[in-house]
Design a protein around this ligand. Structure first.
Ligand code: PMP
Length: 431
């Protein structure tokens, strides 16, 4: 496979864009090599500037759950664009969107749209603080909730990929209000809450973690947090930016049968347009301006192109359970195929999966939290990533990211992926 044009573009990009990218993980810094410059995509395939085709397991980091350039979404955007791209006034479409979200996530009483997942999580935490009158929050090591200051403490995703322990520019005051517990460790959370009695405004968590690879909550963990939050008047926030509308129409709340007080969304909710949202219990949401004084706003929030794209995709997903069933079956098929080639190779590995989220860690012990994810052989992952890329399989360029399946993938694509995985492992072993 030839990457000449991507190499030239990467050189050029670095002259005007920090690191050549507008979001750090795209730079391939941890896996090495040149990022692939994509020109277009359709269905399950990405096409780069050199004319290479890739089977896509990133799905734009989640949104493209039914594949790229979905006909219904494209048509909706094209039609809407002729009516102007933004008004900065309320529109009927925003009501349709809010009502649709509420019908899919029944414990969401009120929902406010934002333009990114970061904004959604940042606003949800501000709201929790405003509502409870308390300052501290608890997050989990390896979880990523966007790049707002209070979340950049022991975070996953790019911070884990680049091993950034402390972010210059985040003040100690802000960082000190963020307490961190290991994922899946209820006891530590209980201790933190006891030590900071009446000081914790919120516990924010990815109900399935996708920013340190894919890590599932152990039975009882989320339920234990739920109980603790209720007992201690702590706002329980599910960051469903990855899991929302992906694991089920009602996201992780529905799939795992645990209710949060506030939920944040992103990715699928915007079908690839810049969208996020936060919502939840009316009693809490009523603290948001203009009803209350917890201020939160956005020039482009509820933008008509973004709303019509998201509304169209969510409506399609909400029509039947078929998309979710097919995604589950395809992901299980991939998992089974990967299991068979990985076990043949003799290389220690762990596959974590739920619904259409899956990841591979090269480890000989279960990966249940950040420490176990970080102790996996991530140098080996980098080799695997490149061997797969050369075979036309586009995985996330870091072991600290989940893979996302889209429903445009065919079983032939999955077979090609499994075959490529077997060949890649063999190539690595023969080095
Ligand atoms: N929360 C989670 C769980 C995420 O995965 C991400 C982004 N990967 C965010 C929040 C931030 O969303 P955005 O990049 O849209 O700001």
């Amino acid at each position: 496979m030839n990457f000449t044009k991507s190499q030239t573009l990467f050189e050029k990009a670095q002259a005007s864009i920090p690191g050549g990218v507008n979001s750090p993980v795209r730079a391939f810094k941890s896996v090495g090599g040149t990022p692939v410059f994509i020109q277009r995509a359709k269905g399950a395939y990405l096409y780069d500037e050199d004319g290479n085709r890739f089977i896509d397991y990133i799905a734009s980091w989640g949104p493209m759950i039914l594949g790229h350039a979905h006909d219904l979404v494209v048509q909706a955007i094209q039609q809407k664009a002729t009516e102007s791209t933004s008004f900065g006034t309320p529109t009927e479409l925003e009501i349709d969107m809010a009502e649709l979200i509420k019908s899919m996530a029944p414990n969401v009483d009120l929902i406010r749209m934002t333009s990114s997942g970061t904004e959604a999580c940042m606003s949800a935490v501000r709201l929790a603080r405003g509502y409870t009158g308390k300052n501290k929050i608890i997050k989990f090591e390896g979880c990523y909730h966007g790049h707002a200051d209070s979340f950049l403490v022991k975070a996953g995703s790019g911070l884990a990929t680049f091993n950034i322990q402390q972010v210059p520019g985040v003040t100690a005051g802000v960082a000190n209000d963020t307490l961190v517990a290991p994922y899946n460790d209820l006891e530590v959370v209980q201790r933190l809450v006891a030590e900071n009695k009446n000081e914790i405004a919120a516990i924010i968590i990815e109900p399935v973690a996708g920013n340190m690879g894919c890590i599932l909550p152990e039975p009882g963990f989320l339920e234990g947090l739920r109980l603790l939050c209720t007992q201690e008047n702590i706002v329980f926030i599910f960051d469903e930016v990855m899991t929302g509308f992906r694991l089920a129409p009602g996201g992780a709340q529905q799939r795992l049968m645990v209710d949060a007080d506030l939920v944040t969304y992103g990715k699928v909710i915007g079908a690839g347009m810049p969208v996020g949202a936060f919502g939840g219990k009316r009693e809490i949401m009523e603290y948001i301006a203009p009803l209350g004084n917890v201020y939160q706003a956005g020039t482009l929030s509820g933008n008509p192109l973004a709303m019509v794209a998201g509304y169209t995709l969510l409506s399609e997903l909400n029509k039947t359970q078929t998309h979710y069933n097919e995604l589950d079956e395809k992901t299980l098929y991939l998992r089974g195929g990967l299991d068979s080639v990985f076990s043949k190779s003799g290389i220690p590995y762990v596959i974590n999966q739920i619904g259409s989220m899956i990841s591979v860690h090269f480890s000989d012990r279960p990966v249940t939290d950040f420490a176990s994810a970080a102790s996996a052989n991530n140098a080996l992952f980098s080799k695997f990533f490149h061997a797969m890329l050369r075979r036309g399989i586009y995985l996330p360029p870091s072991a600290f990211e989940s893979w996302f399946l889209n429903n445009a993938l065919t079983y032939e694509d999955l077979d090609l992926t499994i075959l490529a995985a077997g060949e890649s492992l063999l190539e690595i072993q023969q080095e």
